[in-house]
Design a protein around this ligand. Structure first.
Ligand code: ATP
Ligand code: MG
Length: 215
């Protein structure tokens, strides 16, 4: 059994939240490029040091660096059942990935921009796991603490209003064309909604055509 997929969507469109529900329901391996980069920044690794400069400005990390980084992460996955989140983000990344690995399905989350800009204000994350909370609609049980580990939550520097606008701009310019790349391959599935709770049942029903639930 093999299943290879990608989840696309603007910054803060709920990729992380939907991905964690997919993982819980279908038990596949989740590789989130942003989470992996942030872990490297925390550990101050060479790639972390380079990536930090771009991320804090709301710019994309260069393609060659990302392709090598994610290829290595994919190589380390033991099962052939996985979901990439945050990669690819440019047509050049999508082409590189397609050369080494054809995909079964690409999920695209479509959320209005005014909702996104509003949503990042209340967003808090647990760095080591990438778990995402929102003080407005998905608050942690204890303010500022991760539900599972009890460790501190942080707000991302690049979630400040100015940088979010920059990220949305980059998304339009660099990532929007990736949607068409996959549409032309005939593997794109789109899901529109204002909240993850609204989007999730639609995603689940599409994935049930490919995978079975873990429990
Ligand atoms: P969200 O937190 O909702 O997923 P996002 O998609 O903007 O929003 P991340 O995926 O966490 O955020 O990525 C954060 C930053 O990491 C990006 O703004 C970018 O600088 C860098 N990054 C992550 N993945 C890539 C990639 N595939 N190519 C280039 N840069 C990347
Ligand atoms: Mg993310």
């Amino acid at each position: 059994m093999a299943f290879r997929s990608v989840i696309l969507g603007a910054p803060a469109s709920g990729k992380g939240t939907i991905s964690s529900r997919i993982v819980k329901t279908f038990g596949l391996e989740h590789v989130a490029s942003g989470d992996r980069l942030r872990i490297n920044i925390t550990k101050n690794t060479p790639i972390g040091k380079t990536a930090k400069k771009y991320i804090e400005e709301g710019l994309l990390v260069p393609d060659d660096l990302m392709v090598n980084f994610i290829s290595e992460e994919i190589r380390q996955i033991k099962k052939n059942i996985w979901l990439l989140d945050g990669f690819p983000r440019t047509v050049s990344q999508a082409e590189s990935l397609w050369r080494v690995q054809k995909l079964d399905v690409v999920l695209n989350l479509v959320v209005p921009y005014n909702i996104i800009v509003d949503r990042v204000k209340g967003r808090w994350i647990h760095l080591p796991s990438g778990r995402v909370y929102n003080t407005d609609f998905n608050a942690p049980k204890v303010p500022g603490k991760d539900d599972i580990t009890g460790e501190d939550l942080v707000q991302r520097k690049d979630d400040s209003p100015e940088i979010v606008l920059k990220r949305l701009e980059q998304y339009e310019k660099m990532t929007r064309p990736v949607i068409n790349f996959y549409k032309e391959k005939g593997i794109l599935e789109e899901f529109a909604g204002n909240t993850s709770d609204e989007i999730w049942p639609k995603v689940k029903s599409v994935l049930l055509n490919y995978l079975s639930e873990v429990k």
